[in-house]
Write a protein that binds this ligand. Structure first.
Ligand SMILES: [Zn+2]
Length: 207
């Protein structure tokens, strides 16, 4: 049964130690973990992770130790913990429509990278994004503060996928404009990366 195979794969990939994540994992290790999680997610029939009272208590007592920070869209179909098969305390998630980065999002990212020591900061855009569609169609409406940023990022691009790539890259650039994040990256203590989630099939393209 397909589901059982997936479960077997998952238990082979994740060990008990994975629930005891150390935030200081290298950017490469964090990226590999996200890639592995997404490969499992694409085939998985369900997302079973440790949400037990013991895990909740452990995170409360010992604090959170997320291995990566992800900035992504608020779209209800784009859920990083599911997409990467992560559990409680594993990913520091910042969500805002259009995965843009203003002062609030940047400050949140800085908190995660400086104080929680996540060494991978992933900007995760996605296909069929309503905010990007609104920007492409010049429909600002209530999303004007967001679509304005997206329009500046995508310029004359008309292809929705390329627009999502350009928008994610622009968010990564804006994050690098925060000098503390830039310094962390220059010092090799942080990698800022971009990726696109395919809303129709669940696959993440790491750019
Ligand atoms: Zn979106």
């Amino acid at each position: 049964m397909k589901g059982m195979i997936v479960m077997d794969q998952r238990s082979a990939v994740y060990t008990a130690d994975d629930f005891n994540t150390d935030a200081h994992v290298s950017p490469a290790a964090a990226l590999e973990r996200l890639k592995t999680g997404n490969r499992i997610y694409v085939e998985a029939l369900d997302h079973v992770r440790d949400l037990s009272p013991a895990r909740i208590l452990d995170l409360f007592e010992r604090g959170q130790r997320p291995f990566a920070t992800v900035i992504t869209c608020a779209d209800s179909r784009v859920v990083p913990e599911h997409i990467f098969m992560a559990g409680l305390g594993e990913i520091f998630v910042i969500r805002v429509a259009g995965n843009v980065a203003g002062p609030i999002e940047t400050a949140s990212a800085l908190y995660a990278c400086e104080h929680l020591h996540t060494r991978l900061l992933l900007v995760l855009g996605h296909t069929h994004c309503g905010a990007i569609k609104a920007a492409l169609e010049g429909e600002a409406g209530p999303m004007a503060p967001i679509t304005g940023q997206i329009s500046a990022a995508i310029g004359a691009e008309t292809d929705p996928y390329q627009a999502s790539v350009l928008n994610a890259e622009a968010t990564a650039r804006r994050l690098r404009e925060e000098s503390a994040l830039h310094q962390l990256e220059t010092a090799g203590a942080l990698e800022i990366r971009t990726a696109i989630y395919h809303t129709h099939c669940g696959v993440v393209d790491f750019l």
